[in-house]
Every structure is written in structure tokens, then in C-alpha cells.
Ligand binder design. Structure first.
Ligand code: SF4
Length: 366
């Protein structure tokens, strides 16, 4: 999860969120959002700790009412990563969230209220020294209040999203507040990419990327990977959240896989495994799932395995050859396999011991 060079990207202003910096030449950070009831302290803190172990760097929680807002201080004191309060409709919840010590506030200009309400939120954030994310969603634009079913082409829709984000940003800047992050999310790739590309051409405000309500694990990951990937590959985007109807830990893992595949962040090992075929007499899928579960829920293993290439192959016909490029790995036989390090066959390991053997190897790495 180390820092990587970001010289090639669009230069954005730096915004501090707790100990992290979003924008400038900082690495693209990974965020997630809890799906617990924020009023439930134990469930929320437990989930955030699991997310921390998986590498989540900034966590957002929903603040639907004052009881949730009043719980934020206790949540904050039990976790290590910056806490973001997600506020809709009621500016007073944002002001209370700031009092509770959150590290950032996310507001939706489409529903937070008139400019004097926004000014109250800005005043509170300014005196606490914390930033605001202006989160514009295609489905809750101000313009939809007068025209709920517009016949806009995707580009018109994107232009309206950008207009509302820039209007809101100007309102904040007129109040001498510049610690702003913007997100422009739609539930499709086309409008998300258009809106973010257009915004990036007009402002140096850092962008939080995501395709909103992306869907189930598979469909949502594919959609998010393409949408977020298209933007990041143009150098647009400073922080990401992959929205999936899934355990938020999987959102974090998906986000890192996107960043890793674009060469923007490192995250755990490069775990290669074969698709299996009729020659396979071991359970490659089970081994890979167990390995992923162990590695991606343990910060020490994640760190130690960073950059390692580990192979799990189904047979000794093609396995050893295909595992040659890996640092180490195993190629199956029947209930056992050949342990390979840097292309050399070292020993035979029982299938039931493969996972432990890989974990031991990672733990012993310097
Ligand atoms: S490594 Fe062996 S089991 Fe796996 S796909 Fe190749 S031939 Fe089939």
C-alpha cells in the first residue's frame, strides 16, 4: 500500500483529511462507506476495524439523524483512520458532526438547503480545519426539482452535474473556504466519465471517483473498473470508492485491484492461479480463496507480501512452467504438490498444507 509516483497526473490542490492528503501528487487513496447503522457503536466500529485491516484509508458513515451524529465522537475515538460524515437534507447534522470531531463532511448540494445553511456548515468546518466534499449525484440534481424527468442526452446531464458542483464550490470559495473535494457520480459509466472529465478541465479541485449504485459484486466491479479506470488512466482522480452491494471490505479490495492494475498503488501480492482443467486433481479455487481471505484481512501479511508474485497451479504438466516467473508457488498433483521457488522445484507439500506454507513464507519475508 506504499506511495507511488504520480508525476503523470493532473495537478490538483492538496486537501488534508486527517493524516491523509487528497490531491497534489499524493497517491490515490482508497475509501469505503459503512453499511451499519451509525447509531450502533459496536457494529460500526467492528466494521471499520475490519476495513482498516483490509487497507481502507478513509471511512464514511451515514448520518441520518441527530442520534447518529451524536455517536460520531465515540466512533472516531475507537478507530485509526479518518472519519467522514455523510449528510443529506439537514445542515444541523453537519454542524454536530464537526463538533464530534469528524475529519471531513460530505454534503449533497441537491438537498442540503439554501446558501445560508451551507454557510453554517462552512463556518463550522473552517473553524475545525476540516474539508468538505461536495458530492453531486446524477439522480439528485437541483435541476431535477423543477424538471424531474428531463430528456437530456448524457452530455447534457454531465454538464448539469458539473454546473451544480462548480456553483457549490464557488459558494464555498466566496466564503474563503478552499478545502474542497468534489465527486460527480452517476450509475452509468458514460455520464460519470463525461462529468469528471469536464470538471477536471475547469477546476483544480481534487476529485473523488466512483460509479454510484454500481450493482452486485461482479457487475458492479466490472462497471466501476471501467469507469474509474478510464478516468485514472487519463490522470483524473485523487481518491476512489467502489460502490458495491457487498461487504465494504470487498469494495476496498476491488478499489485496490483497480489501482494496482493501473500501476498506481501496490496492494498485497500478485496472486496468479490457473483456471483449472480436466488434468487438475486439487482444489485450486479453495486454496486461492483461503489465501486471499488470510492475506487481505491481515495488515502485516498485506505489507510483507507487497510486490510478491505467488503461483497456485492445478497440475505438474503446465504448472511448474507457468509458475516459473513467480517468486514461489505450488503446482498440484493428487492431494499434494511441488513447491517451486524462483523456478526451482524444492519439495513436495500436502494439499492441506499449501495455504499455511504460503503464509509462513510471506511471514518470514524480510
Ligand atoms: S496448470 Fe494444469 S490444471 Fe491448471 S489449467 Fe494448466 S494444465 Fe490445467
Amino acid at each position: 500500500m506504499g506511495c507511488d509516483c504520480r508525476d503523470k497526473v493532473r495537478k490538483t490542490r492538496k486537501v488534508k483529511v486527517g493524516r491523509f492528503t487528497i490531491g497534489g501528487s499524493s497517491p490515490v487513496s482508497v475509501q469505503s462507506m459503512c453499511n451499519t447503522d451509525t447509531r450502533d457503536l459496536k457494529a460500526t466500529v467492528d466494521q471499520i476495524r475490519r476495513l482498516e485491516d483490509a487497507g481502507c484509508e478513509i471511512i464514511r458513515v451515514a448520518v441520518p439523524d441527530m442520534e447518529a451524529a451524536l455517536n460520531l465522537g465515540r466512533i472516531k475515538s475507537a478507530i485509526a483512520i479518518p472519519l467522514v460524515a455523510d449528510i443529506h437534507f439537514d445542515w444541523r447534522l453537519a454542524v454536530e458532526a464537526v463538533k464530534q470531531g469528524v475529519d471531513k463532511v460530505r454534503i449533497n448540494p441537491g438537498n442540503i438547503g439554501e446558501k445560508d445553511k451551507v454557510a453554517e456548515v462552512v463556518k463550522a468546518c473552517k473553524s475545525a480545519g476540516i474539508p468538505i466534499r461536495i458530492g453531486v449525484n446524477a439522480g439528485s440534481l437541483k435541476a431535477l426539482r423543477e424538471n424531474p424527468q428531463p430528456r437530456w442526452e448524457p452530455y447534457e446531464w454531465a454538464k448539469q452535474m458539473v454546473k451544480e458542483a462548480l456553483d457549490e464550490a464557488r459558494t464555498l470559495e466566496r466564503l474563503n473556504f478552499r478545502d474542497i473535494v468534489v465527486s460527480l457520480k452517476a450509475d452509468d459509466i458514460e455520464r460519470t466519465v463525461m462529468a469528471n472529465t469536464l470538471f477536471a478541465s475547469k477546476s483544480d479541485i481534487p476529485l473523488h471517483l466512483g460509479v454510484t449504485e454500481a450493482g452486485s459484486f461482479l457487475a458492479g466491479t466490472v462497471k466501476s473498473s471501467i469507469g474509474i479506470g478510464l478516468l485514472l488512466s487519463q490522470g483524473i482522480g485523487d481518491t476512489v470508492r467502489v460502490s458495491l452491494t457487498e461487504d465494504p471490505v470487498m469494495q476496498v479490495r476491488a478499489a485496490y485491484e483497480i489501482l494496482k492494475s493501473l500501476g498506481l498503488r501496490q496492494y498485497g501480492p500478485d496472486l496468479i492461479s490457473c483456471p483449472t482443467c480436466g488434468r487438475c486433481q486439487v482444489n485450486v479455487g479453495k486454496v486461492v480463496r483461503e489465501l486471499e481471505d488470510r492475506i487481505y484481512s491481515d495488515r502485516d501479511l498485506l505489507k510483507r507480501s507487497e510486490g510478491m508474485k505467488i503461483a497456485v497451479m492445478g497440475c505438474v504438466v503446465n504448472g511448474p512452467g507457468e509458475a516459473r516467473s513467480a517468486d514461489f508457488g505450488v503446482a498440484g498433483g493428487k492431494g499434494r504438490g511441488v513447491w517451486i521457488e524462483k523456478g526451482k522445484q524444492i519439495k513436495v507439500v500436502k494439499e492441506s498444507e499449501w495455504v499455511n506454507e504460503v503464509i509462513r513464507k510471506i511471514r518470514n519475508a524480510k
